[in-house]
Each structure stands twice: as C-alpha cells, then as structure tokens.
Design a protein around this ligand. Structure first.
Ligand code: PLP
Length: 412
C-alpha cells in the first residue's frame, strides 16, 4: 500500500495569505465602491520592472541559444563559472570575505534552497527558529518530520523558538538549551530588524561551541545602508566553520519572477556523521545538486551576471533607493500616527506595534475598512508577532504616498 507523508497533515495549511485574501474579498464584495481604491502593502513581492542591463543580457543570451554555434544544453548543475565567479568576486572577495567560486551554488530561489538544505542533515537535530518567522523554515521542517504537532498559535512541538520582541530589538538571543541547526534572517522578514556584528558574533560563538550550524538567510542584504551592519555572516570570524548563507536576486534585482538565487557552503564547514566523525557538508550539497537538480537556465544566469555589471549595479542601487524611499515615507506616516514602529531603515519592511489592546487581525480589519489598505497581520508570522502588523514598501511611489496619507487620516 502506498502511503502519504503524513507530516503534511500537521501543517497549519497556508493560513495567513488565504485568510487575508478571504477578508479582502468579503470587504470588497460588500463595498464595491472601495474595491478600486484598495492598495496592497501585504505580500513581499517587488513591483518595479527589471533593470535594462538584465533585459539586454537576457536578449543576447536568447540569441545565443538561437544559433547552433552558441546554443547551450545542460550546464553545470551548480551554476556556470561566469556567474559563480561574479558572485564570489563582487559579493564576497571585493568586501574582503574569503569565499571561493566553487563554494557558490546557483539555484532557482532561496525558498527552495532553505527547504532543500534539509536533505543533507540528519533527522535528529534540534531546530531553532525565530518567532516571528518566515514560514518556510518551519513548514519545511514539519514536512521533513522534524516536529510534533502544531498548536492553535502555530507553534510546533520539538522546535526551539527564539522570541524576537521589542525588548531584544527583534534580534534572537542565544538559547540556554541545545540547538543544532539555527535559522537566522537578517535584515529580517517580517520585522525589518538587522543584527549587529556583536549580535552575530554571539551566534557564531554559540554555534562553534555547540557544533551547531547557522542557516543564514541574507535575502535582504542589499537594503543595508548602515556601514556598521554586516551584509554576510562570513564577516564574522569563525563563520566559515559553522554557517551556510542563502542569498537571492529576488529582492535586489527584482528577480521574483525570473528566479535565481545562490547558497554559500564553505568547505571548512563540517558536521558529525552518525558515528560522530566530522565530515564536510560541501560534498553532500554538491552531490545533492548533481543528483536532484539540473541547473538554472543559461538565459537566467546571464541575467543574474548582468546585475554585477557597472550598469546593473547602478540600476540595482536605484531600485533599492526607490523602495527605501517608500519605506521612509511610510515610516514617517506611522510615526505621525503615534504608533511604535521598527525596521524600515535597512530593510524594506516596517513593523508596527498596533494600538494597545487590539490583536493583529483587529488592526488588519481596521486598516482594511478604514483606509482600504492591505497590511500583513504580525500574528501570522508567529505568536510573538501578536499585536503587530507589517507594511511592505514594495510599491510604486504613488501608492506609498497615498498609503501614507490614508494612514495619517485614520482614527487610530
Ligand atoms: C523573498 C525572500 C526570500 C527569497 O526567496 P526566493 O525564492 O529567492 O524568491 C528568501 N527569504 C526570505 C525571508 C524572503 O522574504
């Protein structure tokens, strides 16, 4: 008898975004006049078109594919050397960080990488996640059978939760209990918080002392403007021995629809096997790529490479400037409403403490009905998000200004 992976039934099946959609639809059905006014600041997807440098590179690559002499079939599973070198050179070595070209693994997205990385770890690790959290880290562990059942609040037995609150500046502090694999995401989605060098160093020390591995999601590193804030976990001494880093072209190059990302697995990173012998992770991840993946398309890899050209770099800077300009407008509006607000200075997300006594969903409804603006309820990212909501600055300038005016006009 064929059997299902019953772990899937433990999932709190996609509650957040479907519920937002349901509430928005119920409201617009009942108030058709307001439907056209609705502005979405909920989902974390970019809005601005692809850089010209990227489009030119894609057109040229398509033409190469159209001629027998320059046609490409299967490429290296781990990515073409031209892209791995551009990444290692520009994102790491130019910043004084030691990363070799063949420690870069090019993929079709960080979401996939965050989930797929579990393939190379055992099933008896204690997994630590932040609360609130990007749901992918939790759900992929549930699917892999690394947790017990979930409760009403969405907490799963067997996971170590690291509360991120206003008190700790939304930066997870090292736990007193054991954790073997720790997911960290800075700049953070959903809170927009960043971690300082000292805070990341505390995690690296913890990981080295406990033979733990940090899975560091740096999807938003391009939004860091403060020169003191690390862009990479490898800026911390010792991190090459304890951390994997995920990066994506989704939020810097606007590649959410193009699909390209990469993972860094340093060759110095070792983990114990079942017999307690230390072995490197790099060959396992390499093997996983060769066996289960056939590489990202050539046209897409040329597109990603173009982000590192002088033209591409200045267009990426302009995109980040655009979204961070929105963030500044929205931050100021929320402050003018008298609400406590976090993030939005080195990250595209603004994390707002709603009026006392209101739940995240009550605030969501108030903003939906009162301002016709869709935000994301903080409790959807975990119980520590209760009472908060997230505003995304991924929008047109026109919408950001309009949202700012409507939030200011709302009776908080
Ligand atoms: C958007 C995002 C990513 C990037 O995902 P892709 O699959 O590369 O588009 C990764 N992590 C977080 C926390 C994100 O918000």
């Amino acid at each position: 008898m064929a059997r299902l992976n019953s772990n899937y039934f433990k999932l709190k099946a996609g509650y957040l975004f479907p519920e937002i959609g349901r509430r928005v639809k119920a409201f617009t059905d009942a108030n058709p006049a307001d439907a056209a006014r609705m502005i979405r600041c909920g989902i974390g997807d970019v809005t601005e078109p692809l850089p010209a440098a990227v489009r030119a590179a894609m057109h040229a690559a398509v033409d190469e594919m159209g001629a027998r002499e320059s046609f490409r079939g299967y490429g290296p599973e781990q990515g073409y050397e031209f892209l791995r070198r551009a990444i290692a050179e520009n994102d790491y070595r130019a910043r004084g960080i030691e990363v070799a070209d063949d420690e870069i693994f090019v993929s079709d997205g960080s979401k996939c990488d965050c989930g797929n990385i579990l393939d190379i770890f055992g099933h008896d690790n204690r997994i630590a996640v932040m609360d609130p959290v990007y749901p992918v880290y939790v759900d992929t562990n549930v699917m892999a059978g690394h947790t017990g059942a979930g409760d009403e609040a969405g907490l799963y037995d067997g996971l170590v939760y690291l509360p991120c609150t206003a008190e700790n500046g939304f930066v997870a502090t090292v736990p007193h209990e054991r954790a073997d694999i720790i997911y960290l995401c800075y700049p953070n989605n959903p809170t927009g918080a960043t971690a300082t060098r000292a805070q990341l160093a505390a995690w690296v020390d913890y990981a080295l002392a406990n033979d733990a591995v940090i899975l560091f999601d740096a999807a938003y590193e391009a939004y860091i403007g403060d020169p003191e804030i690390p862009h990479s976990i490898y800026e911390i001494p010792g991190a090459r021995k304890c951390a994997v880093e995920f990066r994506s072209f989704s939020k810097n190059g606007g590649f959410t629809g193009v699909r390209c990302a990469f993972t860094v697995v340093p060759k110095d990173l070792v983990c114990a096997d079942a017999s307690g012998e230390y072995r490197p992770l790099h060959p396992l991840w390499n093997r996983r790529f060769s066996t289960k993946f056939n590489g990202v398309g050539y046209v897409t890899q040329r597109a990603a490479e173009a982000l590192y050209s002088p033209g591409g770099k200045s267009e990426v800077a302009a995109l980040i400037g655009h979204y961070m300009g929105n963030a500044a407008i929205l931050l100021e509006a929320v402050r003018a409403c008298g609400l406590a607000v976090y993030g939005g200075t080195n990250a595209p997300y603004i994390w707002v403490r709603g009026p006392q006594g209101l739940t995240s969903w009550e605030i969501f409804d108030k903003v939906l009905t009162g301002a016709n603006v869709v935000v994301t309820p903080g409790s959807g990212f975990g119980p520590a998000g209760e009472g908060y909501f997230r505003i995304s600055s991924f929008n047109t300038r026109e919408n950001a200004l309009e949202v700012s005016a409507r939030l200011r006009a709302l009776a908080w």
